[in-house]
Design a protein around this ligand. Sequence first.
Ligand code: ADP
Ligand code: MG
Length: 278
Amino acid sequence: MTVLEMRDVVKEYRLRDGLQITRLRAVDKVSFELKPGRTVALVGQSGSGKSTIAKLLMQLERPTSGAILVDGEPMRYRGSPAAAYRKAVQMVFQDPFSSLNPYHTIGHHLARPVRIHHPDFTREQVAERVLDLLRRVRLDPSEDFARRKPHELSGGQRQRVAIARALAPEPAILVADEPVSMLDVSIRLGVLNLLATLQREENLGVLYITHDLATARHFSDEIMVLYRGEVVEHGPADDVILNPQHEYTQLLADAAPAPERRLAELSPGATVAGPRGR
Ligand code: ADP
Ligand code: MG
């Protein structure tokens, strides 16, 4: 798969309110493209529809109207095209604590997707691939991390395991839904840098979902601002930040501290250049 596109996608939820049924438009005519080697940031406040877009891309929800196109063809939800799609598009979730089973080792968590995607692999090949995945997310020494249980890892290390698991099927696209918002501020930058490195090294297409405009600018090629389900702004990251067209983007920008201070905050001790740097 090379290009994943949403075209005028609408997702409505029906809400039962006593005897009445009302509709809530969580996603309102959203259009964008994801392709290899590019990071698109989807930025918006809580409730703006970000996770619904992720669920639509992960086939956990279906659009009410509009189309999701995979290499120009309508998304298929069954059969071998769907299986190939589910391999090509992987997700990293917000919560690194609930995604791992406390009774199983990290090696066990990673061996499973490797076996599913490589049924022909021998035990040794599976074990070698698991170590390779751990090295790719910089969990060194990989043999040591493979033997550990989740409680022996920090939140940031667990999120690296979640990223390694997403990489196991060798995806073309990664959807990261607020991947660092539950992590300690001091380790957020490390995980975002890892995602950026992987994106470059493996030529991934990344949808980086966040409510943080500063990291969106730093880590993305394009920014889309979502407001009540609608994309109110979409363009090259610097243009969106320096020359916002919509007042909501301005509000988000004003709510966030200056980017250089924000990045300094994210990595205490690091020197960050700029007039307000410290
Ligand atoms: P975000 O991820 O930006 O916080 P969501 O996509 O989770 O936003 O939610 C967008 C809107 O859709 C919210 O108003 C939310 O309450 C509503 N919503 C999300 N999922 C459902 C659902 N399964 N049923 C009804 N409403 C939902
Ligand atoms: Mg969400």
